[in-house]
Design a protein around this ligand. Structure first.
Ligand SMILES: Cc1cc2nc3c(=O)[nH]c(=O)nc-3n(C[C@H](O)[C@H](O)[C@H](O)COP(=O)(O)OP(=O)(O)OC[C@H]3O[C@@H](n4cnc5c(N)ncnc54)[C@H](O)[C@@H]3O)c2cc1C
Length: 415
């Protein structure tokens, strides 16, 4: 059968890849001139280099991510340590430590002072159990105590990165889903993984090559403007370059962001509050032996990523920073990076990328607005990190939604 996939972010790409793998005819239409959506790489003239819109961290236990990468032949494009190790710096006290969870599910690492947060006891970690089975509708601060060094130096940065929302007010069930799939499974499931050398090289270019090899049609700069419905079926798509009829044996996977889907599909409930992520990229070499990822406590910067020729900084839940002048932000970030890495160099060439609607706000209210993949039209299914995946807005969630949409679009009920 033929399936039209609209939107070539990771949800659309993974849907297209699964459909093509199963032998379906796929036509993928993307409004932008490139694929990747919120997970993209591009040449930045200010730096004279290819950069990612933002650093993306995935975990070794992200099973859909690895399934996707294995289909497109890109399993080797994620780099990271053999063990779960996370270096941290507290800018206020200049303390440095490493969290070093053991690989198995019994978390004995919390009993080893050199592997856990300084100033904590093993018993402090027991309190996190409340996050494994929260009550429906609870916020994180209703499920666990959000105070003390385990919170401030471990759970707060971890959950802020996972939810991209002030963790205390985040949905406990979304936080729990992440904790169950990572921390609760043991270090083997949360060894950090970063795309090498770029997001496009890992997640996007191999997918496009795979689709081409399967005869799929991929069209860029092709924005979907409206959808026609007839009875319980979607019957036509109007793109910027013209209208096409969608036949009785065809299906559509709509993998656009929620604000676009909400305009195209009548009466669709979608998340409508978003949180920003700000990234700073600096053309500078890291000192020898610098960790690939460093968590920063007590500063503006939250995570530092060191690459061969650049240093990048990520700040999640960054709505308070999006209106700040870029040069001011770059200076502030660089001062903190220099202090953490012991660099004395003046501000190098930089770029600041502000993604205002990086993810939907991972609150209870917004989670309740996420629609299921199936719609009331038999041949229209939704995909995207904002659909009801049970996870916060992450690559893993986007890919799972794409896979699910592919399965639904190719089942008889979907036609
Ligand atoms: C700065 C930043 C950092 C992040 N860090 C992480 C991280 O560390 N780990 C992690 O797991 N996740 C991270 N995320 C989240 C991750 O990027 C997203 O969850 C994922 O990329 C969402 O994919 P998607 O396909 O659902 O949506 P999108 O990427 O938004 O894809 C939607 C696509 O639809 C296209 N489109 C829009 N309108 C139309 C139209 N009318 N017609 C056709 N096409 C249309 C868009 O151009 C886009 O390509 C981060 C996000 C950002 C922005």
């Amino acid at each position: 059968m033929k399936v039209h996939v609209v939107g070539a972010g990771l949800a659309g790409l993974s849907a297209a890849v699964k459909l093509a793998e199963a032998g379906h005819a796929v036509e993928l239409s993307e409004a932008a001139a490139q694929a990747g959506g919120r997970c993209r790489s591009y040449f930045d003239p200010q730096l004279g280099a290819v950069i990612d819109n933002g650093n993306h961290l995935v975990m070794s236990g992200n099973r859909a991510v690895y399934d996707y990468l294995s289909v497109i032949g890109a399993q080797d494009r994620l780099a990271g340590p053999d063990e779960a190790k996370f270096d941290f710096v507290d800018l206020a006290t200049n303390e440095r430590w490493q969290i070093h969870p053991n690989l198995g599910p019994v978390p004995w690492w919390v009993t080893a002072p050199r592997r856990r947060v300084p100033g904590t006891r093993a018993a402090d970690y027991l309190a996190l159990a409340g996050l494994l089975q929260p009550k429906a509708g609870q916020r994180v601060d209703q499920a666990i105590h959000c105070e003390g060094p385990v919170w401030r130096r471990l759970m707060e940065p971890f959950l802020l990165a996972a939810l991209n929302t002030t963790p205390e007010i985040g949905s406990a069930s979304l936080a729990a889903a992440v904790v169950r799939e990572t921390l609760a499974k043991g270090g083997r499931a949360y060894r950090p993984r970063i795309a090498e050398p770029t997001l496009a090289a890992a997640f996007v270019d191999p997918a496009l090559a795979y689709l081409e090899s399967k005869g799929a049609i991929v069209r860029f700069s092709r924005r979907l403007r409206s959808i026609a419905f007839e009875g319980d079926r979607l019957s036509g798509l109007t793109f910027a370059d013209g209208e096409i009829a969608v036949g009785p044996d065809e299906a559509v996977v709509l993998a656009t962001p929620p604000w676009v889907a909400g305009e195209l599909v009548p009466d669709l409930s979608v998340p409508d509050a978003f949180c920003a992520i700000v990234n700073g990229h600096f053309l500078a070499k890291s000192p020898p032996g610098a960790s690939a990822i460093i968590g920063v406590i007590g500063g503006t910067v939250e995570w530092i990523f060191t690459f061969e020729d650049r240093i990048s900084v990520t700040i999640s839940g960054a709505d308070h920073l999006v209106d700040l002048d870029r040069a001011v932000l770059a200076r502030r970030m660089w001062d903190e990076v220099a202090s953490v890495l012991g660099l004395t160099a003046a501000l190098p060439p930089w770029q600041v990328v502000k993604e205002k609607r990086a993810t939907f706000a991972a609150t209870v209210e917004q989670d309740a607005k996420r629609p299921p993949a199936r719609t009331r039209w038999s041949n229209l299914v939704l995909a995207g990190d904002w659909t009801q995946t049970g996870l916060p807005a992450t690559i893993e969630g986007a890919v799972r939604s794409g896979f699910q949409a592919a399965a639904l679009a190719s089942t008889p009920q979907a036609r």
